[in-house]
Design a binder for this molecule. Structure first.
Ligand code: HMG
Ligand code: MG
Length: 300
């Protein structure tokens, strides 16, 4: 049956803002993060300590992280780190939780990390070890788990192999990414089954859906039925990935919340407060939010 409680892992300030054309001022990012915390999100991914030349939108990661963490709330505030330099910067800014991001395909690994799948995992190993030494939990992302814009449909054993290696490295949870939003529910169920067969229990997975083809909520429902209890989404559905041109925004948090509430699954998020915040951010970004729930709730 369905779980009774789900954790929403909000990625708006990171996955959302990393691809927006306008660079959001640091003060607005901090207001956004404060609003997400106030709306009850239990985990908010707030920044990336990557090369500022690769992702200029998040070049203020230090100020965002140190600023957000000042108001030490119970909200988890993980940040992305690609390498040891990134981890050092993240810890110096006060981060207490980090994420590394691997790829199931060679092409995306090259484009996103400037090295192949194996070399990227080799880059992450010392990062995960150093974080663990400091009791800093690490999430391991796997991108392109369903389809890849250059390689087409992605074989499940490629995904399983990368996910297992991240787990063996010491990642506490693994986020299965549909980076370009091409997954459909049958594929989701089959992949979760394959991961479980390899020893990766659904309780320690998260699903990360982008809504390019409008399948994200159907995919969430399939993953819930398979026992997954953590889902990534972005407030207002902002975002995409700068190195995967065909990716649109993440599943909107508002849409996810509406589904979970309807299913009677506990999530702890205040939908009204979140909607007001997403409208405010849409104004700042100068484009309407793609969230259907947000549009329905705020129609005059
Ligand atoms: P590289 O060029 O191979 O690395 O990039 P390098 O070591 O040769 O360094 C190149 C330059 O970057 C140097 O600066 C370094 O100092 C600097 P330069 O001398 O040219 O001025 N540098 C750094 N600066 C700050 N912080 C660092 C850092 N490391 C190097 N940590 C690298 C390798 C990984 C750094 C690069 O490829 C990169 O930054 N990639 C980031 C890509 C990215 O952020 N993608 C988006 C996140 S993934 C995603 O969105 C998918 C996800 O949402 C899940 C899903 O949807 O599937 C998670
Ligand atoms: Mg993403």
């Amino acid at each position: 049956g369905m779980p009774t409680k789900v954790r929403i892992y909000e990625v708006g300030p990171r996955d959302g803002l990393q691809i927006e054309k306008s660079v959001v001022p640091t003060a607005d990012k901090l207001e956004f993060i404060r609003g997400l915390v106030a709306a009850g999100l239990p985990a908010v991914e707030i920044a990336s300590f990557v090369s500022p030349r690769w992702v200029p939108q998040l070049a203020d990661a230090h100020d965002v992280t140190s600023g957000a963490l000042v108001e030490a709330s119970r909200t988890r505030m993980p940040v992305l780190v690609p390498n040891e330099r990134g981890l050092e910067r993240a810890l110096a800014a006060g981060a207490r939780e980090v994420a590394v991001f691997a790829s199931a395909t060679e092409t995306f690994a090259q484009r996103n990390l400037n090295r192949g799948v194996d070399a990227a995992l080799e880059m992450f190993a010392p990062v995960v070890a150093a974080a663990q030494e400091q009791q800093v939990p690490v999430r391991g992302y796997v991108s392109m788990c369903f389809g890849d814009p250059w390689e087409g449909q992605v074989p499940m054993d490629q995904v399983v192999s990368v996910a297992v290696r991240l787990r063996e490295m010491g990642c506490a949870s693994i986020s299965i990414g549909d980076t370009i939003g091409v997954a459909t529910p049958g594929h989701v169920t089959a992949l979760i089954d394959a991961l479980r067969a390899a020893g990766l229990e659904p309780e320690r997975l998260a699903m990360h859906f982008h809504d390019t083809y409008g399948q994200a909520l159907a995919n969430v429902t399939a993953a819930l039925a398979a026992g997954v209890t953590e889902f990534d989404s972005s407030a207002g559905g902002i975002g995409g990935c700068p190195y995967a041109g065909s990716a649109t925004g993440n599943l909107a948090t508002e849409d996810l919340v509406w589904l979970l509430t309807g299913l009677g699954i506990e999530h702890g998020v205040d939908l009204d407060a979140l909607s007001r915040l997403s409208l405010w951010m849409a104004e700042r970004l100068g484009r309407p939010s793609p969230s259907r729930v947000l549009a329905a709730l705020t129609r005059d």
